[in-house]
Design a protein. Structure first.
Length: 158
């Protein structure tokens, strides 16, 4: 009876080691596909009834835990705005960002930049990561017409 117990103990250890190896592999593959939101994201922002239907936009984000901070740069023709932004990672695929202040800008007379709130969803198509979603905003006097945002993560170059 003692001999059977010792061989079962060895067999149990073998399965425990195999189980941990499989779980470690699964966790490692999950981490490989996980992307931090830090980096440069470039794309377009739309607005149905604005100065233009489509503007260029670039977000430079730094992620520290669930907090995001950085700068946005919105541009079209010869006008632009650089804004300080902050946000949170709401889940593994959703981030919420808001404009805090305009750092630098150039506008045509009679226009005013919208201070925006973004709700963005992380997606992956092949090797390309993207953020897509909606925004709403306000100027000093009124609500801005809302729009959509589509961004792609730029791959850092050496």
């Amino acid at each position: 009876m003692v001999k059977i117990y010792k061989s079962m103990n060895w067999l149990n250890k073998k399965y425990v080691i195999l189980l941990f190896t499989v779980l470690f592999s699964i966790a490692a593959n999950a981490q490989k596909d996980k992307i931090p939101f830090s980096g440069t994201w470039k794309g377009v922002i739309t607005q149905a009834d604005g100065y233009r239907a489509e503007f260029g936009i670039e977000l430079n984000l730094t992620q520290e835990g669930k907090k995001l901070k950085g700068r946005s740069y919105v541009f079209v023709d010869t006008i632009y705005a650089e804004m300080n932004i902050e946000g949170i990672v709401h889940s593994s695929s959703i981030i919420l960002i808001k404009d805090l202040e305009i750092l630098d800008s150039k506008l045509t007379e009679g226009l005013e930049w919208c201070m925006k709130n973004y709700q963005l969803v992380l997606k992956k198509e092949g090797p390309i990561w993207s953020l897509e979603g909606h925004w709403q905003g306000k100027t000093t006097g009124k609500d801005c017409d809302p729009g959509k945002v589509k961004l792609k993560r730029l791959v850092p170059r050496a």
